[in-house]
Design a protein around this ligand. Sequence first.
Ligand code: GLP
Length: 257
Amino acid sequence: MEIVILPTPNEVAHTAADVVDELVRSRPSVLGLATGSTPLETYRELTHRHQNHALSFAGTHAFLLDEYVGLPKDHPQSYHSVIRKDFVDSVDFAGVQGLNGMATDSEREAQDYEDRIAAAGGIDLQILGLGSDAHVGFNEPMSSLASRTRIKTLTAQTRSDNSRFFNHPEEVPKHVLTQGLGTIREARHLLLLATGESKALAVAASVEGPVSALFPASVLQLHPHVTVILDEPAASRLAYTDYYAEIQQGKPDWQSY
Ligand code: GLP
């Protein structure tokens, strides 16, 4: 894993936007988009570059990570609506696909989604946020590390974390459709973003802990190309921050480790 620690969420967003920008300008590509608060500044920065610096997504297709079950596409809190409002409607993607939270046959919907990702040639760059319990997408603790797209039940912790987006906590759906950890691991480059102290324990468990279904994001340690971009509070529980900084500066002092 490449670990990049920056002073502020704004610098996290700019650095993440640089990674997306470089890919999108270089060739037709497939981007995996995450919802949640963390990537919002990155999306704002990419929108700014689209409007002011000729960054076009016309050669880029996108797939969403997950969706609430039971919310119609046009519900303001469906991830379909959220990503449109926060990013997609402000730029010029060639196409954006998501899971249908109203599908009556969730198994078929999940398989169809896997097929559509494969038909697009797979995901080149997957943007990921991190749940406070180290979930990615909606792969809650104890998700199979090899899981594929499927229906999942949210934990009380995640429903509570996400209740800020709804009028009442009871309105947070109990079920979701999410790309599985095995699906996510097939993306060629994973870009995990985390900001704020509330993510510090999840970051430490995912980056430095043992690979375990207890901390789903820890499976990213097995991926050959992962970039983790953190602000200082999110990195505050990591043990090897000096080492990561030296690697970034290109001068690791191997003998100290
Ligand atoms: C949700 C989403 C995840 C996201 C996580 C963290 O559960 N399904 O994709 O990473 O929340 O969200 P936030 O960035 O708002 O902390």
